[in-house]
Design a protein around this ligand. Structure first.
Ligand code: NOJ
Length: 539
């Protein structure tokens, strides 16, 4: 397989609104990010994926863009953005922009014009339909509750919005739309960015009249055309968000012939806590055997004919330590265990801000403290449907996107050092215990475990390119696997429970010639793995 720079790269995701506020308005900003580049450089990451920073009325925190070539006022100016690119480059860090082109904001000039008249030059940039029997054209649903069709009085038609009604879907069938997208991508490529994370990539080929949203028939044609006209041949990292991805489709997206993109985010492991056919708010217990089956399948899916991304967290998902770990008694051990498990695998790892500190989910006592449109909508919808408030709040505690969006916990000063003003969303009250300052200089911290894992990836080809073999596949408590490359073998053994468990690999780990990293500072015991113990060792 031809080696690419992003094969051994580690990406760090920054949610700018919650990362670092430099001017005391309570909202994170670009200068705040610049002030923390040394922190990221210390951690050792190569790339920052920046959630949207473009002009936006913020109905969905920047995923509703009103100008692709300008910066959101709260975040700063284009000059600040150029400065961020320059300062990051000095530290060998590339910046991935979030490309949100399934939809725009309803305040984008294209939509403002399109809405005015059926004859507008921009009308066909969006998806308009006549009513059917006086109602919505069909029963497509918005991801944020309710119909995906919104009535537009001015011209007497509905428009499609798969997300909020302030996020009208672009019409990708229209060649002018595709050309506009290439132009804005090239605008950013010319500024020297490192690539794109492409929002809901799998929806771009939708055929709403046939009820098709993901994986439409022309999707791959559009991606190849985009590749040719923009990033193709430029050695950038491109990663598509594809909730519908299967190993088969991932091979098409990430084909090493480079006709499409570098890799996709697939979500099969994330969807394990969702009951098939039900909403994400209907809670389901987790089963380690499912996780082993799914991650194992993706680890062995490619034979040099595709590439994985590796992630536990992002701005849409609850904190992993609160989900597969134990965010109380064993927070430190389980956060390290989850890191070791993921970072020993094959693919490009992504770390979401605060994950490297073991930041946890939030339980705000009142719905009024929540900010996320999806959370607020489901709260209203479920109250109307007759759910009890306590039950709704339990779902929100487990699944709300705001779990990931509380401010980054830098130190134990007020508001966790995130802002000198009032933060746009409250800080998690556990910041006195969980914060960066207390971890950077502690060799046994979660931060230093991540730092070690990044270094291991940089210095071991086995971790980057080695074959993957699942060990103890039937064990319900232990997730263990081996990576091997040119005669070198590394094993990873992880206890997913809060109890000590017997494990046949412990003695081998104890005798190993080299322990690369582990979640306990004391060396392995014989026979048993301690609660949430993880060991990565060479055999
Ligand atoms: C996926 C993004 O990650 C999410 O935050 C956003 O709400 C939707 N796409 C719509 O853009």
């Amino acid at each position: 397989m031809i080696e690419k720079w992003w094969h051994n790269a580690v990406v760090y995701q920054v949610y700018p609104r919650s990362f670092m506020d430099s001017n005391g308005d309570g909202i994170g900003d670009l200068n705040g990010i610049i002030s923390k580049l040394d922190y990221l450089s210390e951690l050792g990451v190569d790339v920052i994926w920046l959630n949207p920073v473009y002009k936006s009325p913020n109905d969905d925190n920047g995923y509703d863009i009103s100008d692709y070539c300008d910066i959101m006022d709260e975040f700063g100016t284009m000059e600040d953005m150029e400065n961020l690119l320059k300062e990051a480059k000095k530290r060998n860090i590339r910046i991935l922009m979030d490309l949100v082109v399934n939809h725009t904001s309803d305040e984008h000039p294209w939509f403002i014009e399109a809405k005015k008249s059926r004859d507008s030059k921009y009308r066909d940039y969006y998806i308009w339909r006549d009513p059917v029997n006086g109602k919505e054209p069909n029963d497509l649903k918005s991801a944020f509750t309710g119909s995906a069709w919104e009535w537009s009085e001015e011209t007497g038609q509905y428009y499609l919005h798969l997300f909020s009604k302030k996020q009208p879907d672009l019409n990708w069938e229209n060649p002018n739309v595709r050309k506009e997208v290439w132009d804005l991508m090239n605008f950013w490529i010319d500024k020297g960015i490192g690539g794109f994370r492409i929002d809901v990539l799998d929806l771009l080929g939708k055929e709403p009249d046939n009820g098709i949203t993901a994986d439409g028939p022309k999707l791959h044609e559009y991606i190849r055309e985009m590749n040719k006209n923009t990033f193709g041949g430029k050695d950038l990292l491109t990663v598509g968000e594809c909730w519908s991805a299967t190993p088969e489709s991932a091979k098409i997206y990430s084909n090493p012939d480079e006709s499409e993109i570098s890799m996709v985010f697939q979500f099969e492991h994330i969807l394990l806590d969702q009951i098939p056919g039900k909403e994400k708010w209907d809670l389901k217990p987790l089963d380690l055997l499912d996780l082993k089956r799914v991650l194992g399948k993706w680890q062995t899916a490619f034979n040099g004919d595709g590439w994985n991304s590796l992630f536990w967290n992002n701005h849409d998902l609850p904190r992993i330590v609160s989900r597969w770990g134990n965010d109380k008694e064993y927070r430190v051990e389980s956060a390290k265990m989850l890191a070791i498990l993921l970072h020993g695998m094959k693919g490009t790892p992504y770390i979401y801000q605060g994950e490297e500190l073991g930041m946890t989910n939030i339980r705000f006592p009142s719905i009024n403290q929540y900010k996320d449109i999806e959370t607020l909508n489901i709260y209203k919808e479920r109250l109307q449907k007759g759910y009890k408030e306590e039950e709704i709040m339990e779902s929100i505690y487990a699944k709300s996107r705001d779990n990931a969006r509380t401010p980054m916990q830098w130190n134990s000063s007020p508001n966790a050092g995130f802002t000198t003003g009032t933060p746009w969303i409250s800080v998690n009250p556990n910041f006195k215990e969980i914060n960066a300052e207390s971890q950077i200089h502690n060799p046994d911290s979660i931060f230093n475990c991540y730092k070690k894992l990044i270094k291991i990836r940089k210095t071991n080809k086995t971790i980057v390119y080695g074959d993957f073999k699942m060990l103890l596949p039937e064990d319900r408590s232990v997730f263990a696997y081996e990576r091997s490359f040119n005669g070198d073998s590394i094993r990873v053994v992880c206890n997913f429970t809060g109890q000590s468990v017997w494990c046949p690999l412990c003695d081998e780990a104890k005798k190993s010639k080299e322990i690369l990293v582990s979640s306990y500072k004391e060396s392995p015991e014989s026979g048993i793995l301690r609660p949430f113990e993880a060991i990565m060792y060479r055999i």
